[in-house]
Design a protein. Structure first.
Lengths: 169, 915
């Protein structure tokens, strides 16, 4: 599998790992910067649009993606508010809540549509949604997820494994 | 002012007041009376029998009264009071036909004709109308027949009703009859004669300019004016909203739903300027006004909606309920008209039948209320109001019992001569007429003839008491007690008189005697006196004796309340006697009991499944906002501390315990526990989450232990090695055990398998409803029978959604297609959103009714035909409803599919492996 956005030329296990963290807040970026090893270089995007713009100019090894985006302005949500509202009989409020709750999936779809084939690790627990996970993985691999209770160590291990090609799902 | 000749005013008032309808018994207190003139024309024998009949009627012994009246008429069939009396008692017994026959025997006596016309107003209004017309000549100059004709004609011929009302005015000369004017004006309005209706109201106002216009008429005038104006708008036809306008309306509704009423109203007003002929818009404006408490504006808006769309049941229902609920009952007549009109358009609206019944009952239209309740039961035999409705129907249909036949004479003594008895009866009649003086004269005469006549003596004593002569009354009662020392009622009365006079000892003696003579109420009075003295045990003994002897009566409730109060006081006294130590023990015990009782979240979800959404939201919030980003750092903090990184501890402390006045994660967790307990209380359950909940209690303990580590985390250089271990243990408890336990709790709520067999069962019920009249398609065409899709929804809600959609489709088919062409079907389809991976279960309700139904129409007419109800239920379970038709469906001959989508319920991987 090719990873056009991935860095080249560093073979050490301890080589630096550039992670694009896509979240609407700053909890991940603060926590991960605090607790992840120094070799992880973390760059934050606050929305899908920002993420796509960053991917145009910078190289990353792996994407760490939140699912819920309830702190971005509605106009920044990917997915088309009015289009989604049609599914809810014109109810813009429900459409907005749906987009916020599932924005991570919309961002992922946009990444793949933009020819980004980096591994994406969701920060969302799919343990209780096995069918949904199977549907997403079938369409958007390489894909992974970490549950909400994953600590920084686990996050570090998984991101590193994907960045270094050690992860197979 | 002219007045009518000989309809004797007394009779008219009596008859009008009584309202000769079934179940409206006359009584002495209601005012039936024999005048001196009535009695004077009779021979003494007939007079005595007529008096007996009157007394029997007053006592409620209708059979005896009828027999006595008949006896008089057998002697002389032209005795008007006897004819009227017989008609009255037969009507009160429910024998309207018999009453009619009796009253028809004197067709030329104005009073009798009037009584007959009043009797027949409900059951045979055409005959009643003719009788009132006859009274125009039989009772020349009398105004009443014209008023009655106006009321009878108000709906059928409002123009003629208006003419009759004018004549009534001319003859009556007094202020207008508000109800009659309203009835005629409404009739004119219903007939489309708005100008005539307004002219009538103007005339009332002009004729009595000094009188303030009654609110009912003022409201009616406003309404007619608005309807006229709206009618002019409707002259151009209603104009549905464009797609953009529909979106604006949806946005305004969204503001309304969020409680931003002013913003919603501003948006709606702006939209109205662009779309003034949209009834759905007017209806929404009405809703917002009503929520703001602006009742008059709401009414105007609803009137506009109903005028623009008079065939929309929902708008008429809204207007009807506003009139019923917001005018204190003054506009019930109009409310009934609107609600009835709504039901004429949508007869299977069960809830509305129920509401209409309530309004009818409050308006005194009991027969109509009973009909409405029966209609509700026919539609919803197991509905939410079914039990109450059945009970109400029993009460409404209850017939007046006939009086118990008393065999033989109840006279206590043969020593009372007949003249004395006669004088006593006359005295009672006079007393009933309010003529105390004459009653006293006759009762005294009875006593002169029979000095020990107890009944006459008691009557005199009661008259003395009413006149304020307590001393005289007491003396008489004493004399009575000498004659009948064991008369319980007498002893009770004596006791009350002594008590009122402050003679407590005598009062107690009398009450004790009364209790011994068989008056259990005396025991209650004794208990009351003892309680006042503070002798609680004695009071309790008296009350126990009371309840042993009494099964009901007016004293029952007060006695029960007194007993509870006394028992409470005795308990408190025992507590006080137990002393401070005992009190402490009790308090501690109460605390222990409180700590050891209370339900868990799982029990709440099982017993109150309606709480699921709120509970799930809060549990998810605990997982996402407490555990995620926060406590899941604890393990890493422990590792860093071991490496000497003290800053990690500071970082964690700020997040856990808060900084700069911000509440930390532990505080947030406790806040969520409080919110969960509030949810429990709202659903009638006391939760004990901190000590008894198997999921949250361990997490709470862990949080409290974490709180205990604040000092160590803020000063890690002073912390012991134990801190690292504690952090790891707590991390495991919270982020592994607790996190998974919460996840299971959210998942473990009853899941419904959607199968087409369930829908088949619902359809059979719908097709059998009376409103369907056997015209529903026999076959429900199913597709996807093999599928079983789990969704998270209560079974009853799913059935209600299906029933409403099926019903809606069947009504459309019945209205628009001949029987042979009607088709109805349901398809079960599983869908997956390719972007989010979420799966939904779709039920496609298909029909081939020609009239189109689109999403825009669905949004605009959400309340009509059960679609609104289905949409509301769906929204509660995160479902959605759209109208779609696939090309395949069109090819198969369907014209539309109303598609209901619900999120598919998933099971965790480990559970799926196990199944």
């Amino acid at each position: 599998m090719t990873h056009p956005h991935r860095q080249q030329g560093q073979d050490s296990v301890e080589r630096s790992v550039r992670v694009l963290v896509i979240e609407d807040g700053e909890e991940y970026i603060r926590n991960l910067r605090r607790f992840l090893p120094a070799r992880f270089e973390l760059v934050r995007a606050g929305s899908g649009g920002e993420a796509l713009a960053l991917l145009e100019d910078q190289l990353f090894d792996v994407v760490f993606l939140d699912m819920r985006f309830d702190r971005v302005p509605p106009e920044a949500l990917l997915g088309g508010l009015e289009q989604v509202a049609n599914r809810f009989n014109g109810d813009l409020d429900r459409a907005q809540r749906f987009l916020e709750d599932n924005q991570g999936a919309y961002v992922l779809a946009a990444l793949r549509d933009g020819a980004c084939s980096l591994p994406v690790v969701f920060s969302h627990d799919f343990t209780n949604e096995p069918r949904r996970w199977a549907n997403l993985e079938a369409r958007y691999a390489p894909l992974d997820y970490l549950a909400d209770n994953a600590g920084p160590e686990e996050v570090s291990e998984r991101l590193g494994a994907w960045a270094e090609g050690r992860c197979v799902r | 002012m002219r007045t009518g000749p000989p309809i004797r005013a007394g009779w008219l008032l009596v008859l009008l007041a009584l309202g000769l309808s079934l179940g409206a018994p006359p009584s002495a207190s209601a005012g039936w009376q024999l005048s001196e003139l009535d009695l004077a024309v009779l021979d003494p024998g007939a007079r005595a029998v007529l008096e007996e009949a009157a007394v029997a009627e007053a006592r409620g012994d209708l059979d005896r009264a009828a027999a006595r009246y008949r006896l008089v008429l057998h002697r002389d069939p032209t005795v008007v009071p006897a004819v009227l009396g017989l008609g009255r008692v037969l009507a009160a017994s429910g024998d309207v036909e018999g009453a009619d026959r009796a009253l028809a025997s004197l067709p030329h006596e104005a009073e009798v004709v009037f009584a007959r016309a009043s009797l027949l107003e409900e059951s045979d209004p055409a005959t009643a109308l003719k009788l009132y017309q006859r009274l125009e000549s039989l009772a020349l100059g009398s105004s009443e027949p014209y008023l009655r004709q106006a009321l009878l004609l108000a709906d059928a011929d409002p123009s003629m009703a208006s003419v009759k009302l004018q004549t009534w005015w001319e003859l009556h000369g007094g202020p207008p009859d508000e109800d009659a004017v309203a009835a005629v004006a409404l009739g004119l309005k219903a007939a489309g004669a708005l100008d005539e209706a307004l002219a009538l109201l103007d005339q009332v106002q002009a004729t009595w300019p000094d009188q303030e216009e009654p609110e009912q008429l003022r409201g009616l005038r406003d309404r007619i004016s608005v309807e006229g104006e709206a009618g002019r708008l409707a002259a151009g036809g209603t104009v549905p909203l464009s797609a953009a306008q529909a979106q604006d309306l949806a946005a305004a509704r969204s503001e309304f739903a969020k409680g931003r009423l002013d913003d919603a109203l501003a948006a709606l007003r702006e939209l109205l300027s662009r779309a003034p002929r949209s009834p759905e818009l007017w209806a929404t404006v009405g809703d917002v006004h009503l929520a703001r408490g602006a009742v008059e504006e709401a009414e105007r808006a609803y009137v506009a909606a109903t005028t623009l769309a008079p065939d929309q049941a929902a708008y008429r229902a809204r207007l009807g309920m506003l009139l019923a609920e917001r005018y204190g009952g003054r506009r019930h007549r109009e409310a009934i008209a609107e609600l009835s009109a709504a039901l004429a358009l949508r007869g299977a609206w069960a809830e509305l039948h129920y509401r209409l019944a309530q309004v009818q009952r409050e308006a005194g239209r009991f027969e109509d209320a009973a009909d409405s309740l029966r209609a509700y039961l026919a539609l919803e035999p197991d509905g939410p109001h079914a039990s109450e409705v059945r009970s109400s129907l029993v009460d409404l249909e209850r017939r007046r019992p006939t009086a118990v036949a008393i065999l033989g004479s109840s006279a206590p003594s043969d020593e009372v001569p007949d003249p004395a008895r006669h004088a006593y009866r006359v005295a009672r009649v006079y007393r009933g007429r309010g003529d105390a003086e004459q009653a006293r004269v006759e009762a005294s005469r009875a006593l002169e003839l029979a000095p020990d006549y107890l009944d006459a003596m008691l009557l005199l004593a009661a008259l003395a008491l009413e006149a304020g002569d307590e001393a005289g009354a007491t003396a008489l009662y004493q004399r009575c007690s000498e004659i009948a020392p064991r008369d319980a009622r007498l002893l009770l009365t004596l006791g009350e008189m002594h008590q009122a006079a402050g003679h407590t000892t005598q009062a107690e003696q009398s009450f004790l005697a009364a209790a011994g003579a068989g008056a259990p109420e005396a025991r209650f009075l004794l208990a009351d006196m003892a309680a006042e003295r503070g002798e609680l045990r004695e009071a309790q003994r008296h009350l126990e004796a009371y309840f042993a002897d009494s099964t009901g009566g007016l004293a029952h409730e007060p006695a029960r309340a007194l007993l509870e109060r006394i028992q409470r006081q005795l308990r408190m006294a025992r507590l006080a006697m137990a002393g401070a130590a005992g009190l402490v023990v009790l308090l501690v015990g109460a605390v222990v009991v409180r700590r050891r009782t209370g339900a868990s979240v799982r029990v709440l979800l099982e017993r109150e499944p309606a709480s699921y959404q709120e509970v799930a939201r809060l549990l998810s919030a605990i997982r996402h906002e407490v555990l995620k980003h926060n406590t899941n750092l604890l393990g890493s903090v422990a590792d860093r501390l071991e490496d000497g990184d003290e800053q990690a501890a500071h970082y964690a402390a700020d997040r856990l315990f808060g900084e700069g006045g911000e509440i930390g994660v532990i505080g947030r967790f406790e806040g969520y526990l409080d919110e969960l307990e509030r949810v429990g209380r709202r659903h009638g359950m006391r939760l004990n989450l901190r000590r008894r909940d198997p999921v949250l209690s361990p997490m709470n303990k862990a949080m409290q232990r974490l709180r205990g580590l604040e000092r160590s985390l803020r000063r890690p250089h002073r912390a012991s090695r134990r801190l690292h271990r504690d952090l790891r243990v707590l991390s495991r408890q919270l982020n592994e055990v607790g996190y998974r336990a919460i996840g299971r709790l959210i998942q473990d709520v009853s899941v419904q398998q959607v199968e087409l067999t369930l829908l088949q069962t619902v359809y059979r019920r719908v097709a059998a409803e009376p409103a369907m009249d056997g015209q529903a398609p026999a076959l429900l065409e199913l597709e996807g029978e093999r599928l079983q899709a789990p969704v998270r929804i209560f079974r009853k809600d799913l059935e209600d959604i299906a029933a409403n959609l099926l019903r809606n489709a069947v009504f459309a088919l019945i209205e628009e297609l001949p029987a042979a062409e009607r088709r109805l079907g349901v398809a079960l389809v599983e869908e997956m959103d390719p972007i989010t991976g979420l799966e939904t279960t779709a039920l496609r309700f298909r029909d081939n009714a020609p009239r189109p139904l689109t999403d825009a129409i669905l949004r605009g007419r959400r309340i009509e035909r059960g679609l609104g109800l289905a949409a509301d239920l769906l929204a509660r379970h995160q479902g959605v409803m759209n109208v779609e038709t696939t090309p395949a469906e069109l090819r198969a001959g369907w014209t539309k599919a109303v598609v209901v989508r619900l999120p598919r319920a998933e099971q965790a991987e480990h559970e799926e492996d196990e199944t």
